[in-house]
Design a protein around this ligand. Sequence first.
Ligand code: UD1
Length: 364
Amino acid sequence: MKKILTIVGARPQFIKAGITAKSIRKNFKEILVHTGQHYDANMSDVFFEEMKIPKPDYNLAVGSGSHAVQTANMMIKIEEVLLKEKPDGVLLYGDTNSTIAASITAAKLNIPVFHIEAGTRTHIFDMPEEQNRIVTDHLSSICFAPTQLSQDNLIKEGLENKSFFLGDVMYDALLFYSKLADEISDEEYISKLMPLFGQKKDVSKGYYLATSHRPENTDDKTKLINILDALNELDKPVIFAVHPRIKNFIQSQHDKYLNIFFVEPLTYFETLHFLKNASFVITDSGGLHKESYLIGTPCVSILRNGWEETLHNGWNEFVSPNKEQILKSIYERNIDFNSIRDGFGDGHSCEKIVEKINDFFIGE
Ligand code: UD1
């Protein structure tokens, strides 16, 4: 049996690896490596427990640092594991520093890299994620595009021969785990929400869901304040899941924002539940605005660019971190709620990806 070494490190990658492992482990021996990029229990452990993701075989515990320090530390430790395990291929997800560290290290050891969520492009080159994706796609042996647009980007970059559009594993995850998440009632989800700071808010009559963690919005506090000011003016309370990056700032400001219910980062099941039931989602997360579209809740993305597929029929809009723009996007946008939302595959991407990896080894 061929050996696949999967490397993850950040929250969205645990979800993707969790669903893909179900197909991978039927066909290959999988070794799971956690770089430790996300290390707080509610950014990491909770996902492994709730989604029953196999325990990582290695935890490299790299933690935080500047981009160079974090990525370099990962590369050194990943190389040691690769030399010891000698896998037949390395499986990677998305665009984080864990992804780029792993792709460079594996490629230099001539180990084939399989990249899931390849070809996504914002064409904004000062975004670390854009840099991470471009390098990883070009170093990979197979690029798995989640959408036709991503596939088109790969073709434009001359990667046609190794690229396949087989759908989005995140959509597989959403379909599979929504069923489990729905076993818990709305009252139970709401009653479990604990205030991170200040008072508990009554969200029983409706709410918005918000997150913010992108350095481009959070490093400059005037932008973050603009976002918070907009949320504070909304006509319903806002459940705001606080990323560790902004926790200290929120602690110092929370009493100015009486309409915002600040909570710890949500688990995946909680995210799916509140996403589905919120009136609107306001976020700068690359994953959340796509999930919001797939689940059928309109979204305001405080991003310069992202999944353009989600813009159809007004489901999503990209706006600046500006109070007026955010409020206008919520109150004045035309949304066709009856329109079909598709383009991310048929919910069976994991099986198709595994089949393609099998073919790759047969053809070697
Ligand atoms: C990373 C990814 C981003 C992804 C996001 C999902 C990169 C460049 N960015 O961003 O694409 O959307 O994960 O959440 O890889 N921290 C903690 N505890 C943790 C994790 C982080 O305190 O468990 C703090 C640290 O101070 C750290 C900061 O948050 O410096 C940011 O973490 P980092 O891993 O650099 O990036 P994210 O913003 O989470």
